[in-house]
Design a protein around this ligand. Sequence first.
Ligand code: KIV
Length: 268
Amino acid sequence: MTTTRGLRDREEPITILTAYDAPTAAIVDEAGIDAVLVGDSMGNAALGYDSTLPVTFDEVASRTAAVARATEDALVVADMPFLSFGVDEAESVRNAGRLLKEANADAVKIESGPHTVDMTRHMTDVGIPVMAHLGLTPQHVNRLGGYTRQGTEREAAEEIIDLAGAHAEAGAFALVLEHVPANLAGAVTEALAIPTIGIGAGPDCDGQVLVINDAVGLGEWAPPFSRQFGDVRGEMLDAVEAYRDAVRSGEFPADEHSHVEEDLDELY
Ligand code: KIV
């Protein structure tokens, strides 16, 4: 059973993948991945939205509960969706708590900024483990003007280093660094006692996270910093076409897929 403390001081890099449903979570867990992130990337990856902004608290809660039911060993981290935190601190803490209490998450992830330092401390104090997230934070796409690499200028890089330290000091158990220069991620990793988890942040983080659709080749598009380790879309398309052809040709269902009840013969 992976715990938030168990992610610290690992000899091998930490592995994290997203999952949004029970069968996928079961595969990720069986493969020995350390943590399953029920990311708000479900907006694009599973729910057909074109960003993460429309994802609701109930959608994350329902999917987190499904993932938690199918996961035995991996840590289950639920992502807090846009506006489920950050407007009112008490409501933010209550929402995070519900993801543990009602959906069985082990921890929450929060797209972080200056406004989430005190909130991280508050959540940690009441017993909610927080994974912070800096660099490209997709919930801020409208403010950032796109999904571009962050921390490329010295001032922006220093702000990320300062915020990383502030969240670690506030009690975050890990920090996701998304789409930042590898040398910045390396510097943050060096400076922090908590593990850093990179996505598009180079090899010097303590671990890596990818969106499952990108990793297994399920989506039609993947970011350039990702790698496709399989062709699930191709496999599914082949299987669906084979089913279609077998039904149309009468080859399926065959005798072994059907049951004839002899007592019913006289009905005909
Ligand atoms: O929502 C998500 O899947 C994420 C990861 C990309 C880190 O935030």
